[in-house]
Design a protein around this ligand. Structure first.
Ligand code: FAD
Length: 717
């Protein structure tokens, strides 16, 4: 900080000196003309001193963004002639620009990064891809004020070296014109003489040249991509959507809502993973498991503890019933009524405009379409452990049917994976009577959350009876004397853990093969690669949901569905970049863990000057009435500023409570606004208001309060 203040003071002093010595008057056309004889004389006497002095002055004027750089460029021509003047002015202006760029970076970047982290990150991303290109364009056109370009570029993540060489190259033409004009200084009446209207137009055209060239390159690229395919003259559909999970359902619904002719193709069950194998069944079993736990610990509510009496089969039947009850929301009938044509079959992309549907009876049909949206989702990843296939395992895809066959919950269940899915299911099955061992290779479960959140989750799962083994690496599966074992490595030691059932929950990999991506050369790297508009290599083929990432959630798939539909149908008119700024998620362990925005670890990683406001649910009346006081709200704000950067909530109903912060972040509302909002009493949502109140207390204007105290004392007499 001190260094920054010193630098700022130095800059102010130099600027002050510049004006004090009337250099601003000297650096005008008349000033220059009037002093030319003296300068020329001085140059004759001590050429090196004049060259050096001139160079330093030029660098300083540019570095401090002072007026007069154009005059100095003329002076270079007048004093040193075309060649020498050009070399001096070119290097001095580039070096000065670099200094200005560095000063701006040093003084401004950090504080802007703290204030607008997401916006700056987005700008940095653009600069990383096209920064040099844009800078070059700006430099070519001398109508953009150079000092502004230097300052603005300094705030971005553009590399200094790139800034330097692109600036020097980009300014060559402009510098040459001014230096050349300077060689005939006497004939120049005003600065606008130098850059005639025609010359400016030429420069603008020159500046536009890279953009035009880019457009041509894009056109050639597009041609190359589409080159080997024949585009149909007419299309059967406006849009074909592959996969009827959250991503595909929303895409096709939006397309139908705006009256496009859209076909949705689903090879498996309507509703995709979320309805059939994911969110819905898992939340159903979580509820049964929670009730069982409450019966077991009924003393919390003044009742007698009892061992819950239940049939595991019926619990699983309920899970299937819940799925069946939700299914009409995603059904063929519903979507047909909404105007979507639904085809039950396997889709394959044959060319950028043709999709083939293979039906169960062996027949096929081809549809031509203007755009295609791939929403084929992800499947559980099964680690290639030796022996795993022989000993058998379940995944989130198969467990619901496999466990429905069991009379009792598996006696010994090993859950492989300490992420959200593994943790939710480990806790649920432990509460339903299984002896659960959860194995995680990393040093803690739910590694994406802050350490204290992981620790909290670990405690909660342990209380439910889960044996958590972190820093344990699964090596292989074996059968010995009819018993199944998984062998894990911990501290270089091998440990054998017996199980009846092994649940693999180590992540989910995108479905990338078998439906045409390979043949079309659509780029993949664990997921389908798209740009920010969700366009794949082919700008008329889009991808949404788990197949594209970067978040594997139903609500994100749905969010992307909107962009895929709108860009797919109207992208030739206007395209929308997917907005990932405010994405919430919840892990439904008990108590729940919900998050939006950054957590503390990420704030540190990004170098943000942050502060934390905490509210403990022990203080909340409703949590006390519900005997559920464990948990907290943790809000991250930039130091001293009412701007929410991220929130983590650990508590009952955390997934619902986070919604208020999501709304606030999305619409730029701070904690003051939450504090000023009435929340009904006694509710869990009041916790949000109390968290905001905590922040307000920590930022109370102490001096004003001291004065107020004095005022009230005086009023009492
Ligand atoms: C156990 C578990 C719990 C979860 N809990 C939550 C939660 O609580 N909250 C949350 O937000 N997310 C949760 N998720 C994640 C959520 O399920 C996914 O993010 C979501 O389903 C992604 O939707 P999608 O449309 O991308 O893909 P999917 O839902 O996977 O849909 C893709 C569909 O495409 C079909 N398909 C694939 N290839 C073809 C083809 N060639 N032709 C025709 N059809 C094809 C598939 O059959 C599938 O139905 C959970 C996931 C699991 C496994």
């Amino acid at each position: 900080m001190l260094k920054k203040i010193v630098l700022l003071l130095l800059a102010i002093v130099l600027i002050g000196l510049f004006f004090h010595f009337n250099l601003h008057q000297l650096l005008t056309l008349d000033g220059l003309k009037g002093s030319m004889d003296q300068f020329s004389e001085l140059r004759e006497k001590s050429p090196l001193l004049v060259i050096g002095g001139f160079f330093v002055l030029y660098v300083l004027v540019t570095a401090l963004a002072l007026p007069g750089a154009a005059i100095l460029t003329l002076a270079a021509g007048a004093l040193f002639g075309l060649f020498e003047g050009f070399v001096i002015a070119s290097f001095a202006s580039s070096l000065g620009a670099l200094c200005s760029f560095l000063v701006s970076r040093y003084l401004l970047r950090d504080s802007l990064k703290n204030r607008f982290p997401e916006r700056l990150a987005a700008i940095d991303e653009g600069i990383k891809k096209e920064g040099a290109f844009y800078l070059f364009t700006l430099r070519l056109v001398p109508i953009f004020p150079f000092f502004l370009i230097n300052l603005l570029m300094g705030v971005t993540a553009l590399k200094s070296w790139t800034f330097y060489w692109v600036s020097q190259l980009g300014m060559l033409a402009g510098t040459f014109i001014y230096v050349n004009a300077g060689t005939q200084l006497a004939q120049i009446e005003s600065l606008s003489n130098i850059l005639s209207f025609n010359l400016i137009i030429s420069f603008v055209l020159l500046g536009l040249f890279p953009l035009i060239a880019k457009g041509i390159v894009n056109m050639i690229k597009k041609r190359r991509v589409y080159g080997k395919w024949t585009k149909p003259a007419k299309f059967d559909r406006n849009m074909v959507v592959i996969g009827a999970g959250a991503g595909g359902l929303v895409t096709s619904y939006i397309a139908a809502a705006v009256k496009a002719k859209v076909t949705l193709i689903e090879a498996g069950e309507m509703g995709g993973d979320c309805l059939n194998y994911g969110c819905v069944p898992s939340k159903a079993i979580i509820k049964s498991a929670k009730i069982a736990e409450q019966i077991r610990n009924a003393h919390h509510y003044g009742l007698e503890d009892t061992t819950p009496q239940f049939s595991f089969k019926k619990v699983m039947e309920r899970v299937h019933q819940v799925v069946a009850d939700v299914a009409p929301h995603d059904s063929v009938e519903r979507y047909t009524n909404l105007g979507v044509e639904v085809e039950k079959g396997y889709a394959k992309i044959l060319d950028p405009w043709t999709v083939q549907i293979s039906y169960e009876d062996g027949t096929t049909k081809k549809l031509t379409t203007r755009s295609i949206v791939i929403a084929t989702g992800a499947r559980p990843f099964v680690p290639p452990l030796p022996g795993i296939e022989e000993t058998g395992y379940v995944t989130s895809d198969t467990l619901w049917n496999e466990f429905a066959k069991l009379e009792e919950a598996p006696k010994k269940l090993v859950v492989l994976g300490g992420g959200p899915i593994g943790s939710e299911l480990a806790q649920s099955f432990a509460r339903l009577g299984s002896k659960v061992t959860q194995i995680e290779m990393a040093e803690r479960i739910m590694i994406k959350e802050d350490l204290e959140v992981s620790e909290f989750a670990t405690e909660s799962l342990k209380e439910s009876g889960v044996n958590i083994l972190t820093s344990h690496q699964a090596l292989r599966c074996e059968t010995q004397d009819g018993k199944k074992f998984i062998i894990v490595k911990h501290n270089e030691e091998e440990i054998a853990i017996e199980y009846d059932q092994l649940l693999c929950a180590v992540g989910r990999s995108a479905r990338l093969t078998g439906y045409g991506l390979e043949e079309l050369g659509i780029e993949t790297n664990r997921t389908i690669l798209t740009n920010e508009y969700l366009e794949t290599l082919y700008p008329n083929i889009f991808a949404a949901g788990d197949i594209v990432g970067p978040y594997q959630f139903t609500h994100v798939a749905a969010h992307q569905g909107w962009y895929a539909a709108v860009n797919g149908l109207f992208g030739h008119l206007k395209k929308f970049k997917v907005d990932y700024r405010v994405i919430p998620w919840t892990t439904f362990i008990d108590p729940e863990v919900a998050r939006v925005g950054i957590n503390e670890a990420e704030a540190k990683e990004k170098g943000i000057d942050y502060e934390i406001t905490r509210f403990d649910f022990e203080e909340l009346d409703r949590a006390i009435t519900d005997s559920a006081t464990k948990g907290f709200i943790k809000v991250i704000t930039p130091k001293g500023k009412d701007k929410i950067l991220g929130v983590t909530i650990v508590s009952e109903h955390a997934g619902d409570l986070i919604a208020e912060f999501v709304l606030a972040m999305k619409h730029g509302l701070g904690l003051n606004k939450i504090l000023g909002t009435i929340h009904s009493y006694p509710t869990w949502a009041e916790g949000n208001k109390y968290a905001a109140g905590e922040w307000k207390r920590n930022h109370a204007p102490q001096t004003v309060l001291n004065w107020l105290e004095k005022y009230h004392t005086w009023r009492r007499g």
